[in-house]
Design a protein around this ligand. Structure first.
Ligand SMILES: Cc1ncc(COP(=O)(O)O)c(C=O)c1O
Length: 370
């Protein structure tokens, strides 16, 4: 591939540092819930300006834990329909009755009017997702609607490490935020996730839930229906090395995105418009195909004729159309369906070159402009 869809980057010095730390873990025997995890939590909380950061086993558990703490069993939770399976699955696992809500395709985020219309007597909260790392200004409307209706707002910030709006960091707009360190993410930990919150009680409970619901590390009294949601020390070492590169990785991604923006002013695809007060980490660079173009054909031609891999969509099929969520589906959601059908994600990574970005644009021109 001349331009891979994504690339995971561990500079040599980081690999050496990670190996040294893993070796220390092996020598000390402290392989989980140790000092590297604590270091990761401390640095993540500073990087995201959040008083608490709790490291867990995955982005999925980073969502499920706060939902369990918030107590949504048997209650209704509004979930953004254009998201990854885990957003809804975590809520279902926490016992919620989920209701899918449409997005505004122009922001890829929840449509505030649709949220307002969906609130019912049994609704307790809303899960919003920063798709592609973009936090739209409309999150202010969501905050207001939640406050006015006594609902909590939880952010699925799995895509949004280092993103902000008006200087406010991802994860700090609601009662809790969750991040993922899955290998495709802006920072990769192998597996892992992080909960951020300013709420002392949620932070305290999250520590209990992540370690099998035990009241404390040294007792055997299980007071909550927790699970093994711990992060191992080797995973923490990998995530920590990546976290220390976050600013550098995001700056590089933003430079590639700016190059795409400049080159695509006159088409042939229309980039998602991101206002200047929103600092996007460009986990994904989203653009819209002209209505006449068929996405599958475009992707196939780019791959086969130009050796360019477009990354996976965010997402190809909305949640209300996923078979497993059929019992929760309640009619069409045209915004999410249109967004999912029409967008593409151009390659972007922390190591992509300007020449590669130019090649992507030239190849798109060749494929889309007769
Ligand atoms: C939007 C979203 N939410 C949740 C998750 C779950 O994260 P993880 O795979 O780390 O469990 C992911 C990532 O895969 C995601 O993209």
């Amino acid at each position: 591939m001349r331009v891979p869809a994504a690339a995971i980057h561990f500079p040599e010095e980081d690999r050496q540092q990670i190996l040294r730390q893993i070796d220390e873990c092996l020598q000390s025997g402290q392989l989980t819930l140790g000092k590297i995890g604590k270091e990761l939590e401390a640095e993540f909380s500073v990087a995201h300006a959040s008083p608490h950061a709790i490291a867990v086993s995955s982005g999925t558990s980073a969502l499920e834990i706060p939902l369990r703490v918030l107590g949504c069993e048997g209650k209704e939770v509004l979930v953004q329909a254009n998201s990854f399976f885990a957003t809804a699955a975590a809520a279902v696992s926490a016992g919620a009755r989920i209701k899918f809500v449409d997005c505004d395709p122009a922001t890829m985020s929840l449509d505030p009017a649709a949220v307002e219309a969906a609130i019912g007597p049994n609704t307790v909260g809303v899960i919003t997702v920063h798709i592609g790392g973009f936090i739209p200004p409309a999150i202010r409307d969501l905050q207001r609607i939640c406050a006015d209706n006594g609902l909590w707002l939880v952010e699925d910030a799995a895509h949004a490490h280092g993103s902000s709006l008006d200087g406010e960091m991802a994860g700090t707009f609601g009662i809790a935020g969750s991040f993922s360190f899955y290998p495709t993410k802006v920072i990769a930990g192998g597996e892992g996730g992080m909960i951020v919150t300013a709420d002392d009680a949620i932070a305290e409970e999250a520590l209990i839930y992540r370690d099998q619901g035990k009241a404390s590390f040294l007792t055997n009294d299980h007071t909550r229906l927790g699970y093994n949601w711990r992060m191992s020390e080797p995973h923490a070492a990998i995530a920590l090395a990546q976290l220390r590169r976050l600013d550098e990785f995001v700056a590089h991604r933003r430079r590639i995105a700016a190059r795409y923006d400049a080159a695509l002013v006159d088409g042939p695809v229309t980039p998602l418009a991101i206002p200047s007060n929103s600092f996007c980490n460009y986990y994904k660079y989203v653009a819209f195909l002209p209505p006449s173009a068929d996405r599958t054909t475009v992707k196939k031609r780019l791959r086969e004729e130009y050796e360019i891999g477009l990354s996976g969509e965010v997402y190809e099929q909305p949640l209300h159309l996923q078979s497993v969520f059929a019992p929760f589906a309640d009619g069409p959601l045209p915004g999410a369906e249109e967004l999912c059908a029409r967008h593409i994600c151009l390659p972007v990574s922390a190591v992509m070159t300007d020449e590669q970005a130019d090649l992507v644009v030239e190849s798109l021109q060749s494929v889309l402009v007769p």
